[in-house]
Design a protein around this ligand. Structure first.
Ligand code: NAI
Ligand code: MG
Length: 348
């Protein structure tokens, strides 16, 4: 009763907001105020994760944060710092596991021309749960060296391969795309990535005549992306290759400052920037909020608010291109707050 009254009073969509570490709080603040100017449909439930959560409750992924995402099934997340080597396991990986966010969707679209290429428009879809990231890692001792040998066993399942590849084809259908390129290394990792290629060939048959299909070996694909990105449309690949190639593609459109991503599963979706917490510039007020803002645009699309997503992307385009207001990573001199104000005035 109370719930239905609450629903009728507001059309807001509840969503978890994680400010994150390093530059996270600065860019999240910027994105939230630009969304507010746009008439944000989201009702934020702010929660902590990463170092910020360690400092507060001694746990990088507190129960409350998990419960909030379980409840809302939707989140916008600032970057989280992961200690290298020792320390705690990546919270990003834990979140993907907890909510079975099997698809990592990373669109790369040229926003600011004048880079090496003018019209890049590639969406990379990365398998987000398996491969080498399943990480059965261990050391074997020899003599008195406890770390004499390092081993890592990855796996891919037929079900997991089918699920992500089907997702890529459906994404292509829904977004007016023409071609899916499957990227693998089945000539060397014959089982681990051979199963992925096999699944791709099977599923491609179902879409014959609607979506074209091709396969590429990952090293050749990396070279072709750098020489001629125009030949790619939608790319689907395994976890580790997807991690590497999506940063490469971000480089083609001017760097990490413009690369958004969505982690999508049946139970929840978490949107974030591809970049990390940028400790080198944290607190300086010069972080570029646009990657996270473009992730918020993906989140608007995800909940069916495509009109708002389009207005947001247009404001970003006009502010950076026509007004020439950019943060230092994109060759400008604007501070995060100046860019934010400029975006708000273009939305209003
Ligand atoms: P990074 O992406 O944080 O930084 C790489 C370089 O790009 C730095 O020079 C940084 O200043 C610059 N940069 C990144 N985002 C920027 C922005 N919005 N505006 C302006 N410049 C920006 O990668 P790095 O240094 O390897 O990782 C730092 C931390 O972030 C690590 O703890 C890592 O584990 C974590 N990380 C977290 C991710 C996530 O939460 N999804 C993703 C990647 C890394
Ligand atoms: Mg990465």
């Amino acid at each position: 009763m109370q719930e239905s009254r609450r629903m009728s009073q507001t059309t807001k969509i509840p969503a978890t907001l994680i400010p994150g570490d390093g530059i996270g709080p600065e860019i999240v603040e910027s994105v939230v105020s630009v969304l507010d100017a746009l008439g944000s449909p989201f009702e934020w439930d702010s929660q902590y994760a990463g170092m910020a959560a360690i400092a507060r409750v001694g746990d990088p992924l507190p129960r409350e944060t998990i419960q909030s995402i379980h409840h809302n099934k939707l989140a916008l997340k600032g970057p989280l710092t992961t200690p290298t080597g020792g320390g705690y396991r990546s919270v990003n990986v834990q979140l993907r596991k907890e909510f079975e966010l099997f698809a990592n969707v990373r669109p790369a679209l040229t926003l600011i021309p004048g880079g090496r290429f003018e019209n890049v428009d590639i969406t990379l879809i990365r398998e987000n749960l398996d491969g080498f990231y399943a990480a059965f890692e261990h050391y074997m001792p020899i003599g008195d060296d406890p770390h004499a040998v390092a081993m890592c066993a990855g796996f891919n399942t037929r079900t997991g391969c089918h699920r992500i590849i089907r997702y890529a084809f459906e994404y292509a259908m829904q977004n007016g795309r023409k071609k899916v390129t499957l990227v693998h290394k089945a000539n060397i990792l014959k089982a681990l990535t051979g199963i992925f290629l096999e699944a791709g060939k099977e599923i491609a048959k179902e879409y014959e005549g609607r979506i074209a299909f091709e396969e590429r070996i990952v090293d050749a694909c990396a070279m072709q992306l750098v020489l001629d990105p125009g030949r790619f449309d939608v790319i689907v690949t395994t976890n580790l290759f997807g991690d590497i190639l999506s940063d490469l593609i971000a480089g083609l459109i001017g760097g990490l400052g413009l690369a958004p991503g969505g982690n999508i599963g049946k139970q929840a979706a978490i949107f974030e920037a591809v970049h990390g917490s940028a400790p080198d510039i944290a607190g300086k007020g010069i972080a570029n909020p646009l990657a996270l803002m473009l992730a918020a645009a993906m989140m608007l699309d995800h909940v069916g608010k495509t009109d708002l997503a389009t207005r947001l992307r247009n404001a970003i385009r006009i502010t950076t291109l026509e007004d020439g207001i950019r943060t230092p990573d994109l060759g400008g001199t604007a501070k995060t707050r100046e860019l934010t104000q400029a975006l708000i005035s273009r939305i209003g």
